[in-house]
Design a protein around this ligand. Structure first.
Ligand code: ZN
Length: 234
C-alpha cells in the first residue's frame, strides 16, 4: 500500500485533508508538532483523529520554536488573542503567524517521508478564506516541491515525494462540504487559538470556521462561548 505522511494539527482543515488522503487509499502516517503552542487541546484532537484513521504510529515531534519568540501563539507569550473584523482577516499577516512554521514542519515531514519511502505528504493549507500566512500560498508550496525534489535521494531517482494540498483552492464552505461527504467527525476537531473548555467564537480561526459553516448551511457541532452575529445557525 502506498504511504503518506499527514500533518495533523487537530484542526478542521488538517482533518479534512487527512480524510482525503485516506480516501485516496494511502496508508497514513500521522505527524503532529509540539512547537510551544499555548495549549495542547488541538493535539488531543490530533491524537483522536489519527487513531480513527490508521494503526500506524502517530509521531508527536517536539520542536520548541517558542524559544525563538515571534508569535502570540506561543505559550511563553501572554494570551492576547484579539478578534479581527471578518472582512479584514487575510489582508495583513496577523500576530498569530508563527515564523516559517510550514517550512520547518514540511522539512521534518520530508525527512520522515523519505525514511518511510512514502510517496506523499498531505498538508491542509488553504489560500482561500485563510489568515494571510505567506507559507499557505500556492507559490510557496510549488517552491517547496522544487526544493524537495532537489533535496532528496528519492527526488534524484525520479521518485517524487509529492506535497499534496487538496484544500489549496477551496473556500472554507467547500472544505466543510467535502468533510461532510467524507463523514469527517467535526465534533472532534479544534480550531480555536485558545485552549479553553469551549471554543471562544471570536478569534480569527473561530470566525473563519463559523463563516464556513454558515455559508455551507450546516451547524458546527462544537460548543462556543459566544458566536459572531453573522452565524445564524443555532
Ligand atoms: Zn477561538
Amino acid at each position: 500500500m502506498k504511504k503518506a505522511v499527514c500533518l495533523v494539527s487537530g484542526g478542521l482543515d488538517s482533518t479534512v485533508t487527512t480524510y482525503i488522503a485516506k480516501k485516496n487509499n494511502y496508508d497514513l502516517f500521522p505527524l503532529s508538532f509540539l512547537y510551544g503552542q499555548q495549549h495542547e487541546k488541538e493535539l488531543q484532537s490530533a491524537r483522536t483523529i489519527g487513531s480513527l484513521l490508521t494503526e500506524e504510529e502517530h509521531i508527536f515531534f517536539t520542536l520548541p520554536l517558542h524559544q525563538f519568540g515571534g508569535s502570540i501563539l506561543y505559550k511563553s507569550e501572554k494570551p492576547q488573542i484579539k478578534s479581527t473584523p471578518l472582512d479584514k482577516i487575510g489582508t495583513l499577516i496577523p500576530p498569530t503567524y508563527v515564523p516559517a512554521r510550514n517550512t520547518v514542519f514540511l522539512s521534518i515531514a520530508l525527512s520522515y517521508a523519505e525514511s518511510l519511502d512514502a510517496g506523499a505528504i498531505y498538508i491542509g493549507v488553504t489560500a482561500t478564506d485563510y489568515s494571510g500566512y505567506p507559507d499557505c500560498r500556492p507559490e510557496y508550496i510549488e517552491a517547496f516541491q522544487t526544493m524537495a525534489d532537489l533535496a532528496t535521494k528519492k527526488g534524484v531517482e525520479q521518485k517524487q515525494i509529492k506535497i499534496e494540498t487538496p484544500l489549496l483552492y477551496l473556500t472554507k464552505k467547500q472544505i466543510i462540504i467535502k468533510g461532510v461527504e467524507l463523514n469527517v467527525p467535526f465534533e472532534l476537531t479544534w480550531s480555536c487559538y485558545q485552549g479553553r473548555t469551549k471554543a471562544c467564537g471570536l478569534c480569527d480561526s473561530c470566525q473563519l470556521r463559523l463563516k464556513g459553516f454558515q455559508e455551507a448551511g450546516i451547524r458546527d457541532p462544537i460548543e462556543y462561548e459566544t458566536t459572531p452575529d453573522f452565524y445564524k445557525i443555532k
